[in-house]
Ligand binder design. Sequence first.
Ligand SMILES: Cc1ncc(COP(=O)(O)O)c(C=O)c1O
Length: 272
Amino acid sequence: MLSKRAHNFDVDLDYINTYSVNRALRDPYDAKTNPNGIINFGTAVNGLMDDVWLNRLQEIQPYKADKSHFRYYQFWGTNDFLKSLSTFMTTFFKPWNGEISIDNLLVFNGALLTLDLLGCLLGDTNDVFLCPSPAYSSYFHACVQRWDIEMVIVPMKVADAKGGTELDAYFKLTLDDIERVFAEERDKGKNIRAFLLNNPQNPLGKVFDKSLVENIMRFCQRNNLHLIVDEMYCLSVFDPETEFQSVLSMNTDDLIQPDLLHVIWGFSKVCF
Ligand SMILES: Cc1ncc(COP(=O)(O)O)c(C=O)c1O
């Protein structure tokens, strides 16, 4: 279920794991504790300024600098950081199975770049991602401009809903509309790969309810689509009447298989 592009990377990943700095990071030489470990001759680092840098950086609180930060470290996040993140996310996302472990986390340089990465790994040129609209415009940049994926919008339509808030009445996302747009694309012979859901939503500030999100998970499973859920604003829901529930807090066992579900969150919108 990965893109052809991602399968091509597989070959390179083998190469990288065998020959690159990753191997030395996983099994570093130490005269006493790991005499058969690997010495990295592949990168040159100038350590002459280490003491100066360290003194300077230790002035910054509460950041606790140490010399290991001046070298290459685990590209997928240091263990200390992954552990803190696991505690943070377990507290705030309330995972249904009790914990978001470090094995479930991958750290990347920002939420948008994470979507860019998913675009690269899940879609090939002219493949389709479905996305409710109006939508955060950089999604188009990340997937369309960078990876030639076709972003097909599912319009959130003026609904005939009576009552509810104005947002409910004017921008309604329904499973019927999702199914309709999916069928139209499939009938055109398109290869539909993913559904991109932003919840809470930018630009509308809308929070989709749990039953719709569950139905979207079932829809993706039925049609073998990846579901990318961007929960960037999950800590920015301030209306006491509005209940947001992360997909991580829903029991997804009977809804969608884990390797089809990807959740994005980042620090740039944290509010307390
Ligand atoms: C919905 C949504 N996702 C992702 C991002 C990008 O986040 P980052 O700054 O971490 O790349 C934004 C930024 O505005 C956003 O609104």
